[in-house]
Design a binder for this molecule. Structure first.
Ligand SMILES: Cc1cc2nc3c(=O)[nH]c(=O)nc-3n(C[C@H](O)[C@H](O)[C@H](O)COP(=O)(O)O)c2cc1C
Length: 178
């Protein structure tokens, strides 16, 4: 699949039939890390949950925080859990560096999404699971922040429900000059 086709046809996938192998996962993460990043800081690290033990550990940690984890529990019950990746950003006291590194994370995550899509693998980039207290539970330091929970996996191409629309680009562009 060429890059433009991947960009235009990719859609967020929220229902998965199964996760992906570690080998495939590492190749997608590697594709992610070829994203542009200023001064080659490579400002990311990842936590991977790719088996039932990992999911159960996660559920226990959420339970300790009294969070609703039905969504995760159902996946374990059905044995249909996607691969989960937590993308982690090193905070920086310099607001310019922090800003640049956060932007680099967006590029990195989109690289992962497009590389996955080109191999018929779906991704949802979730921020809704992210809380400061949860970060500490999964081993983040005070200087780190979660930029995404990526759920990655195979999906049934016939049950896609995501209506994708975009505003016409002419409404988003202002011009200076001719
Ligand atoms: C920074 C960011 C955070 C997101 N967080 C969530 C989320 O918490 N839950 C969710 O279901 N989707 C989340 N999404 C996915 C968006 O809802 C999705 O990209 C949007 O509906 C557009 O659909 P598309 O990706 O198919 O073009 C997030 C996307 C981005 C870029």
């Amino acid at each position: 699949m060429d890059v433009k086709t991947a960009i235009y046809t990719r859609e967020t996938i929220r229902r998965f039939t199964k996760g992906i192998s570690d080998e495939k996962l590492y190749s997608l993460l590697e594709a992610g890390t070829w994203a542009p990043n200023h001064r080659k800081r490579e400002p990311w690290r990842f936590i991977v949950i790719n088996d039932a033990i990992g999911y159960k550990t996660l559920v226990d940690k959420y339970r300790e925080l009294n969070r609703d984890i039905m969504y995760l529990e159902k996946m374990i019950e059905k044995n249909q859990f996607p691969t989960m990746v937590v993308t982690i950003l090193q905070k920086n006291e310099d607001p310019v560096i922090y800003h640049e590194d956060l932007l680099a994370h967006g590029a990195m995550i989109q690289n992962i999404q497009l590389a996955a899509w080109s191999e018929h693998i779906g991704v949802v980039w979730k921020t809704q699971f992210v809380t400061p207290t949860f970060g500490a539970k999964i081993g983040l330091t005070e200087n780190e922040v979660v930029t995404g929970f990526l759920l990655i996996g195979f999906f049934d191409e016939n049950v896609r429900t995501n209506e994708r629309t975009r505003t016409s680009i002419t409404e988003k562009v202002m011009r200076i000059g001719e």
